[in-house]
Structures are given as C-alpha cells and as structure tokens.
Design a protein around this ligand. Structure first.
Ligand SMILES: Nc1ncnc2c1ncn2[C@@H]1O[C@H](COP(=O)(O)OP(=O)(O)OP(=O)(O)O)[C@@H](O)[C@H]1O
Ligand SMILES: [Mg+2]
Length: 398
C-alpha cells in the first residue's frame, strides 16, 4: 500500500476498521466482505486493548510467618484477563499481512513489535545461546527470556507464522506458554490453520500440546476471500520487459520504488575475492540496479555474482541487448549471473531487446542458453516472486 494520507491518519485514531474503510474510500483497497469481517475482529481487539492495563509482574512472595499470614488474610484480587489475540489464517494474497499491519499501525499499546516469524525464531535461538553462555548454571533460560520479550513488547505481531523444524516446535510450546502467562498479546498471520501446524512430520505428536495452547489463547480468524490480490498485476509484476525503451525504464523505476520503499540511494562497493571491487551502479536498500554492460562486460565470475546475489535480494538490469555470436563471452557471463541469482532465490527484473528464448539464438554456448531461458521463465513466475519475496524480511512488505 502507498503512504498513508491525512484522512487515513485521522481514521487510524478510531481503530483498524475505520482505517480499513478509509483505505477503501481513498481507492487504495477494494471492498472485500471477508476482509471486513477480519478487520472487525481486529477492531474488537483494538478496543479491548485500549481499555486494558496489563497486570504488573508478580511481587516476590512475602517472607516469614507474619508475611505469609498477611498475604493469606488479604488475597490479591484476580487481575483482569487479557484480551484474546488473533491468528489470521488463509491462502496467499488474501490480505492477511495488510490487515495485520493496519491493526499494528493503529494499536495504542506500548511497547509493540511487528516481526517476520522466521526472523523472530532466529533471534530466539541467538538470545537463548547468549543467556546460557552468560549464565552457565542457569537451569531454564525460557522464563528470563520470556520476561525480556514481555518488557520489549506487550503486543507482538508475527507475520507468516510457521513451524519448520522439530527443535523450534518443542521450544515454541514452552516459550509461548511463558509469554501468555506474562499476558503478552499475540496477533499472527499464517497460511496454516493451527490444527495443521507441523502435522504429518516426524515428531508431530509432541507438537500437539502447542496447538492446544494456540487454540486456547488465540481466536482463529479465517480470511479466505475469493480474490488473490497479487494476481492480475501482470503489468507491475512482469520481470522481463521488452523492448528496452523509455517505457521499460519507467516500469523498472516503479519496481525499484516498490521494493526499495523509503530507502535512499547510496554509493556501494562490493569487495570481491582477490581484492577486486565491484561498484554497484545504483544501490537502494535491498535493490541493486545495473546497466547490462556494468555486469556482463566485466571480468566477473561465479563467486562475484554470488556475493552480489547474497548482498541484494532484488537485482534490476537495464538494457540487455540482443546477443550475437561475437558476444559469446558476454553471454557466458550472463548465464553465470542467472545461475547465481537462481540458486540464491533472488528477484530479477530486466529490460531487454528480446525475450529470453530469442536473446542469444546462435553462437558458442547458445545451447546452454536454453537452460538459462527456462530458469528465467521460472524466475518470472508468480510462485517465484512470492517465495523470493518471503525469503527476505526486507521484502515482506513489498
Ligand atoms: N482489498 C484489497 N484491495 C486491493 N489490494 C489489496 C487488498 N487486500 C490486499 N491487497 C494487496 O494485495 C497484496 C497481498 O496482500 P497481503 O500481502 O496482505 O496477502 P497475504 O494474505 O498476507 O498473503 P501471503 O499469505 O502470501 O502472505 C498486498 O499488496 C496488499 O496490499
Ligand atoms: Mg502475508
């Protein structure tokens, strides 16, 4: 979605449902009854959170005979129950992330945090390792870790909740139990209903208690509208644009804009093996943009292209010419570049004089080019765009 307007900012003060409606009114979003239903559930949570004060952490137990007697005589009132979080589930492109982000932007509870779930898991593993290293005698690092997380975020919004590995599955059960006990409010998006998480895998049985916790603590809101809003955007999503004219350049500008977001252009030099450098023509956030000749008319090889692929998830190449038999060296480098980007799962957008199938019809290595053309076709497919977009957290909002 585009930048938020003044009327949308005003709507945000009234909650996610008003903000959603303002986005419909301004034409940023198309009306969708299923989304309205989920927006209403998030709106309920928004209101509940405004009227809720989290219970303070429990005070240490009173000491001695008198202290114990006093606390029994004056039993503490049960703190009010926290509002139930929401687990938004549905197929791809239905608007789950969009709705969660609307909710997150309005939520008044502080501190709050929105994070891609895989990144959160990486962070958890690192923090557990650090806690254990700093406190060698510590029996169980989960409670102190949960305390820290609670202090950093009373509201945690997870994008793309998923469980891929048994170690995570076991760890999460205990961590989430501890977070719920500390009244951390959780909202998540996922493609998988809780009951199907980590099923049909070795160790699935051990994971069942975690599913029970999720069901006990979170309401599931299904978002299964008919529209996949990522479809029907061929214009925007074309990855191989022909011919390489002014229109193509402008379309690539828009694509760059979409992925770079607020990032500013900055001079970037990649330090390659053997002390060589590669100056990026135009680097902006996750995007590196090059004229074709800056990449393929230079003596660069596989490790160089791999370094580039790993540093920038989105590569844009302007002005790929039709290649003749005299261009065999350039064509070979282009093949190597595509292999690196393909293996690393990058997003690639180009403007070219011809389609991949017709770009290098004859010359040394033109038969190997057929495989490159096929890889390029896959790299332009919707599923590739989706997967590559999800792989890197910097792109998850694009
Ligand atoms: N009602 C709508 N009108 C127009 N565009 C929409 C609408 N709902 C969502 N979109 C847009 O469609 C794209 C996909 O939405 P979103 O990323 O929220 O889907 P998702 O359900 O999270 O998909 P995934 O499961 O792949 O993560 C986004 O660019 C979003 O802004
Ligand atoms: Mg999403």
């Amino acid at each position: 979605m585009n930048a938020i307007s003044a009327s949308e900012q005003a709507a945000a003060l009234k909650g996610p449902r008003a903000l959603y409606e303002a986005c419909i009114a301004s034409g940023q979003l198309r009306p969708d009854p299923d989304q309205v239903r989920v927006a209403a559930r998030l709106d309920q949570l928004w209101h509940e959170l405004r009227g809720w004060t989290p219970a303070p952490p429990p005070a240490p137990a009173a000491k001695g005979f008198l202290g114990g007697l006093m606390s029994r005589l004056r039993p503490e009132a049960e703190p009010p129950k926290p509002p139930r979080g929401v687990y938004i589930v549905g197929r791809v492109g239905r608007g789950k992330t969009m709705l969660m982000d609307l909710f997150f932007s309005c939520a008044t509870i502080e501190p709050k945090r929105r994070i891609h779930f895989l990144k959160f898991m990486q962070e958890i593993h690192t923090r557990l390792r650090d806690l254990k290293r700093q406190n060698p005698g510590m029996a169980d690092p989960i409670p102190p870790l949960a305390d820290e997380i609670r202090d950093e975020a009373r509201l945690l919004c997870f994008d793309e909740f998923q469980i891929n590995d048994i170690a995570d599955a076991m760890l999460l059960g205990r961590l989430f139990e501890a977070l719920f006990a500390r009244q951390v409010i959780i909202v998540a998006t996922s493609n998988t209903v809780p009951g199907d998480l980590f099923q049909n895998r070795p160790g699935a049985d051990a994971f069942r208690p975690f599913i029970a916790i999720i069901r006990r603590e979170l309401d599931t809101a299904e978002l299964d509208s008919e529209n996949d809003y990522r479809r029907g955007r061929e214009q925007d999503d074309a990855t191989w644009i022909t011919p390489a004219d002014e229109t193509a350049r402008r379309r690539l500008d828009r694509i760059e804009e979409r992925y770079a977001g607020d990032a500013k252009a900055e001079e970037t030099v990649l330090h390659l093996a053997a002390g060589r450098d590669l100056e990026v023509d135009h680097a902006r956030g996750p995007v590196a943009r090059f004229a074709f000749n800056s990449l393929c008319a230079k003596p660069l090889g596989p490790p160089d292209f791999l370094a580039l692929a790993q540093r920038f998830p989105v590569i844009v190449v302007d002005d790929i010419p039709a290649l003749t038999p005299d261009d065999a060296n350039v064509a070979r480098r282009f093949i190597t570049l595509i292999d690196a980007l393909y293996d690393n799962g990058n997003l690639l957008f180009v403007s070219a004089d011809d389609t991949p199938d017709h770009l290098f019809p004859e010359g040394e290595g033109s038969d190997a080019f057929a495989r490159t053309a096929s890889r390029l076709a896959e790299m332009g497919s919707e599923s590739w765009l989706e997967r590559a977009g999800q792989k890197d957290d910097r792109l998850s909002r694009a």
